[in-house]
Design a protein around this ligand. Structure first.
Ligand SMILES: [Zn+2]
Length: 278
C-alpha cells in the first residue's frame, strides 16, 4: 500500500488561488482608492489664487502653467539702451541717481484706458491696458491704478507738506525726494485691487491681484521694482504694488535670470539712502 499523504493537492491549490485572487482584489481596490485621493487632491484653477495664465484659448483650461520666459539669451546687450536718460525705458533712478534734469517731464504722457487715474507714457500705458485686460480675462481680476505719473512740482508740494507734518527725516523716509521718484518717469504705477484690499500695504502681495501681478507682469514689460529683501539695494521697503515699465525684452530677461533689481542687473551700486546733503 502506498502510503500517500492525504490528498491536499487540488483543494490547497484552490485555496491558494483564492488567496491570490483576494489579495489582487484588495490591491486593485487600494490602488483605485489611492488614485481617487490623488485626483481629488490635485490643485485646480478654482481652489488656488495662483493664476491660470494661459494666453491661448486652445490650450487646456486646467493646470495650465504660467508662461515662462525663454532661457536667458546667450547674449543680452545690457548697453542697448541708456540707464541715465530719463526718457529711456531702462532708466535707473534711485536715491543715488536722481533724474537729470531733476524736473524732467515726459513728452508723451497719455491717460491709460484702465480703472483709476493713470497718466503714463504712451508705451507704458498701452502695456498697462493689455496687462489689466489679461488679468480680467485669465483670472477674473479687476486691477485699478492707484497712482501713476507724478510731476516734479507735485512731488515738491507733497514733500513740503510732509516735512511740515512730520519733520525732514520722517518725510524723507516716507516719500521720495523731488527728482528721485520713479513716478516722475511716467513709467511707473501703483496698482491696487478693485475691492481695495491691502492697498499700498505689504499684504497686497498675498491678494489674488498681487499674486497674479508678480507672476505675470513681465509678460507685459513690467517689473516689480521694490521686491522683498532688497531694501539695502533699492532704498525702499517691499512694495508689492509698485510696478515699473521696462519693456518686454528687459522684463523677460530679468525674469529669466531671476534678477530681483535693476541695480543688480546693470551692476550699479546699492542705493540704500540719499547721499549726504540731499
Ligand atoms: Zn509707487
Amino acid at each position: 500500500m502506498t502510503s500517500e499523504r492525504p490528498s491536499t493537492g487540488p483543494s490547497a491549490r484552490v485555496r491558494r488561488n483564492r488567496a491570490i485572487a483576494g489579495a489582487l482584489a484588495v490591491a486593485v481596490v487600494t490602488a483605485a482608492l489611492a488614485g481617487t485621493v490623488w485626483w481629488a487632491a490635485k490643485p485646480t484653477p478654482n481652489d488656488t489664487v495662483a493664476p491660470v495664465a494661459s494666453a491661448s484659448p486652445s490650450s487646456s483650461p486646467s493646470l495650465a502653467p504660467t508662461p515662462q520666459p525663454e532661457k536667458p539669451k546667450a547674449f543680452f546687450n545690457r548697453s542697448a539702451r541708456s540707464i541715465d536718460d530719463p526718457a529711456s525705458t531702462w532708466v535707473v533712478n534711485n536715491k543715488l541717481r536722481p533724474l537729470a534734469p531733476i524736473d524732467y517731464a515726459p513728452a508723451d504722457l497719455v491717460q491709460a484706458n484702465v480703472p483709476g487715474s493713470a497718466p503714463m507714457r504712451a508705451e507704458a500705458a498701452a502695456a498697462m491696458e493689455q496687462m489689466f485686460a489679461a488679468a480680467s480675462a485669465e483670472a477674473g481680476l479687476t486691477l485699478v491704478v492707484q497712482n501713476a505719473y507724478r510731476s516734479y512740482a507735485t512731488q515738491v508740494s507733497l514733500h513740503d507738506r510732509l516735512v511740515g507734518q512730520l519733520g525732514r527725516e520722517r518725510a524723507r523716509a516716507q516719500s521720495a525726494m523731488p527728482g528721485y521718484s520713479e513716478h516722475q518717469t511716467g513709467l511707473t504705477a501703483d496698482i491696487m485691487a478693485a475691492n481695495g484690499a491691502c492697498t499700498i500695504q505689504e499684504c497686497f502681495a498675498t491678494t489674488p491681484e498681487g499674486l497674479w501681478l508678480v507672476e505675470n507682469a513681465w509678460r507685459f514689460g513690467y517689473h516689480l521694482r521694490y521686491p522683498q529683501g532688497a531694501t539695502d539695494v533699492t532704498g525702499y521697503i517691499f512694495e508689492p504694488w509698485h510696478y515699473r515699465y521696462v519693456g518686454l525684452d528687459l522684463a523677460a530677461e530679468l525674469r529669466a535670470t531671476g534678477t530681483p533689481t535693476l541695480e543688480e542687473f546693470f551692476g550699479l551700486p546699492p542705493a540704500p539712502d540719499y547721499p549726504p546733503g540731499v
